[in-house]
Design a protein around this ligand. Sequence first.
Ligand code: ADP
Ligand code: MG
Length: 455
Amino acid sequence: MTIEELWQSAIGEIELSVSKANFITWIKNAKLIAKDGGTCTLEVPNQFTREWLENKCNTLILKALRNSSCDVKKVAYVVASRRPLDISPPRVEEPAVATESQLGFLSSTINESTNLNPKYDFSSFIVGSFNELAHAAAVSLSKPENIGKEYNPFFIYGGVGLGKTHLLQAIGNELIRKHPGQIKVKYISSEVFTSELISAIRIQKMEDFKRKYRKIDVLIIDDIQFLAGKEKTQIEFFHTFNALYEANKQIIISSDRPPKAIPTLEERLCSRFEGGMTVDISYPDFESRIAILKQKLDTFDFTLSDEIINFIASKIQKNVRELEGSLNKISAYYKTTNTVPDLTKTKELLKSLIVRPPKRISPSKIMDTVAEFYEIPLVDIIDGGRKKELVKPRQISMYLLREELHESYPSIGKKLGGRDHTTVIHACDKIEKARQADENLGMELNLIKERLYNA
Ligand code: ADP
Ligand code: MG
């Protein structure tokens, strides 16, 4: 395996474990430049990136490299020295683009004024029952006559890697492709939006900030759940939101959960979000997973037998990003060996994605995860009173302790503040019934489990 292939394979794995924003900011511009014995040397563009990777991502990077080459023991980070005077063709000022194209499957150039990545379009988006509604709504929104009307705001939610960002960006891309220069679109993550907002507040440039956003016709804000808990930001966001909304600007928002389930989201903001069109994307069914794999395969230079495709689709169920990840792994193998793996080899290659050794999760892990999800201190869940916002997480903790760990009712009662076993039985029944009746609750439980098993 060449070092480039090793890095491609590792990066394919890393991409699955970090958010897209983090991936683009920190990982994408790093490059594996040497492997000397057990030491891999990564070149990064600046000192800041180096520190960040060293402190926060080292384990992840090391693990990914080791999964592809088990003799790797250590990762060293070096900051790229400024290039010596260039004697090769004049390609100054374009280093980022060059790196991207070296990375093949990541290649695409982000539009500077819209922040949109042109690779996300409707034609590459597979539609199945799991995302049908979201897709249909997105398609109507990509027609200028519909923007700023009844789908305003457009709120789309669903778990990680299920295509929210893809769909959001497809709307923007479609609008600017069909109506170049006529509709101003801006895509922004809620983290970036928040930090712009904060600095505008700090330097008293709110008017400039509002003016800037008022020029936009379609504002796309990804992953709005990050606004949770930031009170001041929410208030300012609310005003900006209203200003845009009243000027008939289209606002498109994504989140990992429905507005009501975002803890500490200001009431007014929540009802504003709910005032437009809210759709969810759920998990792809088996047929959709097959369709996704087949379509993605078209972009690779090898094919796979139906047996292997079926195998992947039956084993990798979590999300679309992992389906892509499995093909990236096979592709790395294909590039090294020039052969397509057979079923046995495929199983081996995808081991890290498939074999989910039944992780030992502990009762306290469940309770911590629930507390963290609802942003309520664990002590309040255990010992707090009967306030509604405490009772629900408490009952969910009981339910999960029962469902996931098969704990006895009395022992669950003991863990949650010494409550009687009949209270626990009642709670478990209640959550089970509510789960069947209320889609949102089902979604919340899935998200909590996702955190529980994938943390
Ligand atoms: P999210 O924003 O929900 O976490 P993304 O939009 O980043 O998910 O999707 C993860 C990856 O899966 C992306 O590469 C995206 O292109 C791909 N993807 C997601 N849904 C689909 C789909 N329905 N058809 C084709 N590709 C998809
Ligand atoms: Mg996303």
